[in-house]
Design a protein around this ligand. Structure first.
Ligand SMILES: Nc1ncnc2c1ncn2[C@@H]1O[C@H](COP(=O)(O)OP(=O)(O)O)[C@@H](O)[C@H]1O
Ligand SMILES: [Mg+2]
Length: 246
């Protein structure tokens, strides 16, 4: 088997004296969709930010292996990681609210050089997200929460991700919009986009992913095939009971 695209070994991340990640290890192979699930405050966003170069690494290491080469996360900037194809869809979407849908896509597209002209790239994205095409001249700030999440995903996809990091795409969305967003994520999975997703919506994330890890207070407390975790009595009791549905 080929070496993993992403290999994380005993990664630690701290905010001053607060250790938010206390040594997590995992890897992702090309084409896999892997979920990291856990409650609010478990350290999910911290992990995503560290992997995309937005937070310093306090211990351990993370390596990205893409056709452009091998990069040591923590030693290179966020911009360089994005140019190598590690694309982060942040918690809270991160769209530019005062710019149109099209301007948002253009600014994203400029991050990663590509021989394809913008108009062709944007057309390919609009085929996947027809609603964004209808809204292409509207301000991102005027889109619904679900449409903003689609735009945030589109901003990453327009750059042909080697690996997509998706942070809590269901946050603040109705069950119906959550379902729509996860449908797009399933299409990406089926087309072979390597994806790491973190979610509080454990049920949805386990239905999407092939493998999963359960994060609690900065460490993994369980891991395995997503379908097995979804039927594990301890996971069902802790994360899939009443109030955690949709
Ligand atoms: N900027 C920050 N400064 C200090 N502590 C933080 C900061 N951001 C997050 N934390 C703490 O780190 C822990 C993990 O947070 P986070 O990664 O946001 O969790 P999750 O995304 O799983 O909800 C929490 O205890 C949180 O309070
Ligand atoms: Mg978070």
């Amino acid at each position: 088997m080929s070496a993993p695209i992403l290999e994380v070994t005993q990664l630690q991340v701290a905010y001053g004296a607060i250790k938010a990640l206390r040594g997590v290890s995992f890897s992702l192979r090309a084409g896999e969709t892997v979920a990291i699930v856990g409650a609010n405050g478990a350290g999910k966003t911290t992990l995503m930010k560290a992997l995309s170069g937005m937070l310093p690494v306090a211990g351990g290491e993370a390596r990205l292996r893409v056709p452009a080469g091998e990069l040591q996360i923590g030693s290179v900037g966020a911009h360089q990681l994005a140019r190598a194809g590690l694309l982060h869809v942040p918690e809270g979407r991160g769209t530019l609210r005062q710019m149109t849908v099209e301007e948002n896509l253009l600014l994203a597209w400029e991050i990663r050089p590509c021989s394809q002209p913008f108009e062709a790239a944007v057309q390919a994205v609009f085929e996947r997200f027809p609603r964004l095409n209808e809204r292409r001249t509207q301000l991102a700030g005027n889109l619904s929460g679900g449409e903003q999440q689609m735009l945030s995903l589109a901003r990453a996809i327009i750059n042909r991700p080697q690996i997509l990091l998706v942070d809590e795409p269901s946050l603040g969305l109705s069950p119906l919009l959550t379902q729509e967003v996860f449908k797009v994520l399933a299409e990406l999975r089926d087309s072979g986009v390597t994806t790491l997703i973190v979610e509080q919506n454990v049920r949805r994330a386990l239905a999407l992913a092939q493998r999963a890890y359960v994060l609690a207070q900065g460490v993994f407390i369980a891991e395995g095939p997503a379908s097995e975790l979804a039927s594990d009595p301890a996971i069902v009791a802790g994360y899939l009971g009443h109030g955690s549905a949709h």
